[in-house]
Structures are given as structure tokens and as C-alpha cells.
Design a binder for this molecule. Structure first.
Ligand code: FAD
Length: 396
């Protein structure tokens, strides 16, 4: 695409020519994922969301994109830039939050845990089939009684000869009811430190029950897990996961993707609301001609421009090895909060039509609630930034 052609892209949707910050490869990937989401996901997702079912038929099609594993290089993974990996999350969220999180859990949380904390053998065994999406991963940290205070998880791992025996409970675990491998974070009874354990599908003592009645990310399957004398080989302990610090490395490196997720939800909401405001007539005019509607649209746009630029910069810093925990938390915190405001404004602009699934804004409105809370709630990410700028921790 020439410079002139790029400048000709719809200025109302790319107000600051964000497009020009991307490499040709990043733009190609973004366009490919966007086209895939429009073609394969958008036509079917409302029905799955309403029935609270996951569209398993999409897994082989997603695999065909060759994007699973994101920034991981080698082991059959695509070795993308952080910007490209973030754009995937944004493009997925732009159409559907459930698919975005399903993908983020296996490609981000599960694969990163193995990549950052696994031995060479563990990486060789698990990353190639996960990258091909022949196997799907899950990441089990949160517990019924331990959410934000994640370093104090209570699930235990007891060493018995050549095995570890896991006991405890996990909550909210995406993909866990069907995943081939679940990274279970548990406290080693010997060292008292948090470690990661690979629990393979069908292991006796592992039981996952899908959580029902969610109002957000309904097409994503989240599960309650019970671990009852769940015995796994010693070889399934993640070799380099020896304290919660190692878990935190994984989380800081996936959090930037959630910041991009916020961008995607916000862009979709703005685009839908802008188009609607140009078409919907009231008082004999398009509602977009009213000052109060324009103000809402401009507020949305101002936040989106800031979100895009912050998140792009964060990703460049990550690739340069300069990203701090606080920077990653700031982007996640702010983008999720702003996306929440933007989808609400879009919902308002669509009036009654905004609460109907068929107009594709109600799903974003509901799904952003989960983005606001997971991968560190708004409050916890605020406190991570607070700790970095003051040098004082306001939480344990
Ligand atoms: C759709 C969805 C998918 C998820 N997927 C996964 C997954 O795949 N794997 C996984 O391990 N977890 C997953 N989670 C769990 C998620 O990470 C937790 O919900 C999150 O960490 C918050 O924990 P909690 O819900 O227990 O809230 P709590 O920790 O109980 O917090 C309740 C409220 O108190 C606030 N709060 C807590 N501590 C403080 C403090 N010190 N100061 C100020 N405010 C505070 C919180 O911000 C929040 O507003 C998922 C959650 C959802 C909703």
C-alpha cells in the first residue's frame, strides 16, 4: 500500500493515522485477522454467546492463521512482534471478546507459562502442538477464596517419590473444561513457594465444571476446578517456576495483550456508534447531527487515540526489553476502564437497539466487564503502578 493510499483510509476510524506506525507485516497480519473475524466469527457468535456455548468449530480455522504463540520464537511458534501480537488481540476483541479470551488463555497465558518457566524438554514437548492448536491450554491461578491476592494461593503440591499430588480448588479458569493441558499454580509443601504444574487432560483427581450464569464472555467456557489427590509425574513440574515471582513474569507479559483487548472493544464500539449516528434519523435529521451525540463520539475517539498510542508504545518497549510491570499495568488498567466507558457511550447512542445482540454492541458492553476485572483488576493494576512510582507498596 502506498503512503497516499494509506492516508486515504477512513480518517474517522483512524484519526491519527495509527496505521502508519505499523510495519507492512503488522498491517498484513492485522488485516488477515480482521477479515477472518468478520467472515468466520461475526456471523455465528451471537447465537453461541446467547446459548453460552463455545464454537469449537472455530479451533481448526483459527489454527490455520498460524498466529498461536504470538511473540514466542522457535518451537513452531510465529515469533511475532509485540505490536503484531497485540493487534491480534485487538482484532479479535473488535469482533468478539469470548474468542479473544479463549485465544489469549491458550496462546498467551498457557504457552507463556511453558515458555518462561518450562525446561527445554517441556518446551519441546508442549509448545509445537499448542502452536498448531492441536492441543489447547489453560492457566489456573485464581481460587474460590483467593483472587487479587494471588501470591497467597492455597492449592498444595506434595512430593511423593516420582509424583506430585495436587489438592485444592481453582475458579474462573478459561478453557479448563476441555483443555489438553492446564497450568495449575500450587504451593509446594516442601519449599512453601508457588510453582507451576502441567496437568494433562484425563488425569484422575482433576475435575472441572463449567460456570453457568455469566453475563460477560458467555461464549468462553470458564470452569471451577477441584483437585483431589491429583497425581502427576515429577517431570510435569514447570522446571523454572520456583516462586510467585516467576508467575508474575508470565502475567506481566500477557497483560500487555489485555491492554490491546481494550483497544479492540473500544474501536468496535466507536465504529458501530459512528455509523449508526449517521443513519438513524430522529427529529427529521441523522442523530449524528446533534451536538450531544457528537460530543459522545468525540469523547470516544479522544480516548481511542490515546489508547492506541499508549499500547503501541508499550509493545515497542516490550520488544526492546524495556517494559516495566507498572507500564504494562497502567495500559491494562486505563484501556479496560476507558473501553468500559466507550462501550457504554456506544450503547447509549444506539438507544433501545443498543441492548439487542443483533446490533453487536450489547456483547461488547457485557464482555468488557470481565476485561475490567481479569488479569489484575482495575484496583490491583492501579496499585502496581502506584508501587512503581512511589516505591511504596499499598498491598502485600
Ligand atoms: C471471565 C473471566 C475469566 C477469567 N479467567 C481466568 C483464568 O483463565 N485463570 C485464572 O487464574 N483466573 C481467571 N479469572 C480470574 C480473575 O483473574 C479474577 O477474577 C481477578 O483476579 C479478581 O479476583 P476476584 O474476582 O476473586 O476478586 P477479588 O480479589 O475478591 O476482588 C474483589 C474486589 O476487591 C478489589 N480489591 C481486592 N484487593 C484490593 C486492594 N488491596 N485494594 C483495593 N481493592 C481491592 C478488587 O479490585 C475487586 O474490585 C477470570 C475471571 C473472569 C471474570
Amino acid at each position: 500500500m502506498t503512503m497516499q493510499e494509506r492516508i486515504a483510509t477512513d480518517p474517522a476510524l483512524d484519526f491519527y493515522q495509527f496505521d502508519l506506525l505499523l510495519t507492512a507485516e503488522e498491517r498484513e497480519l492485522r488485516d488477515r485477522v480482521r477479515e477472518f473475524m468478520q467472515r468466520e466469527v461475526k456471523p455465528i457468535i451471537n447465537a453461541y454467546w446467547e446459548r453460552a456455548e463455545f464454537p469449537f468449530e472455530l479451533i481448526p480455522k483459527l489454527a490455520g492463521l498460524g498466529i498461536c504463540g504470538g511473540t514466542i520464537a522457535g518451537y513452531g511458534c510465529p515469533g511475532l512482534s509485540s505490536v503484531a501480537t497485540g493487534l491480534i488481540a485487538a482484532e479479535m476483541a473488535r469482533v468478539d471478546g469470548s474468542i479473544c479470551t479463549f485465544f489469549g488463555v491458550t496462546s498467551g497465558l498457557a504457552m507463556s507459562s511453558i515458555y518462561y518457566c518450562g525446561s527445554e524438554e517441556q518446551k519441546q514437548r508442549w509448545l509445537p502442538p499448542l502452536a498448531r492448536m492441536e492441543k489447547i491450554g489453560a492457566f489456573a491461578l485464581t481460587e474460590p477464596d483467593i483472587g487479587s491476592d494471588a501470591s497467597h494461593i492455597q492449592t498444595t503440591a506434595r512430593r511423593e517419590g516420582d509424583s506430585y499430588v495436587l489438592n485444592g480448588a481453582k475458579r474462573w479458569i478459561g478453557n479448563a473444561s476441555f483443555a489438553d493441558v492446564v497450568i495449575v499454580w500450587a504451593r509446594d509443601e516442601e519449599t512453601r513457594q508457588v510453582s507451576g504444574f502441567l496437568v494433562e487432560k484425563g488425569t484422575p483427581g482433576f475435575d472441572a465444571t463449567v460456570i453457568e450464569g455469566k453475563i460477560a464472555k458467555r461464549a468462553l467456557l470458564n470452569a471451577d476446578i477441584v483437585l483431589n489427590e491429583c497425581r502427576i509425574p515429577v517431570a510435569n513440574k514447570l522446571a523454572k517456576a520456583n516462586s510467585f515471582r516467576d508467575t508474575a513474569v508470565v502475567l506481566a507479559n500477557t497483560r500487555f495483550g489485555v491492554a490491546w483487548e481494550g483497544v479492540g472493544h473500544a474501536e468496535a464500539a466507536y465504529e458501530i456508534a459512528l455509523r449508526y449516528s449517521q443513519e438513524r434519523q430522529q427529529f427529521g435529521k441523522p442523530i449524528g447531527s446533534f451536538q450531544l451525540i457528537q460530543e459522545k463520539l468525540v469523547k470516544m475517539l479522544a480516548e481511542i487515540v490515546a489508547m492506541q498510542l499508549t499500547t503501541w508504545r508499550l509493545s515497542v518497549l516490550r520488544d526492546q526489553g524495556l517494559m516495566t510491570d507498572g507500564q504494562s499495568s497502567l495500559a491494562k488498567m486505563n484501556n479496560a476502564a476507558k473501553a468500559r466507558q466507550i462501550v457504554a457511550l456506544a450503547r447509549e447512542i444506539l438507544g433501545g437497539n443498543g441492548i439487542l445482540l443483533e446490533n453487536h454492541i450489547a456483547r461488547h458492553f457485557a464482555d468488557v466487564e470481565a476485561v475490567y476485572t481479569y488479569e489484575g483488576s482495575n484496583e490491583i493494576n492501579t496499585l502496581v503502578v502506584g508501587r512503581e512510582i512511589t516505591g511504596l507498596a499499598a498491598f502485600a
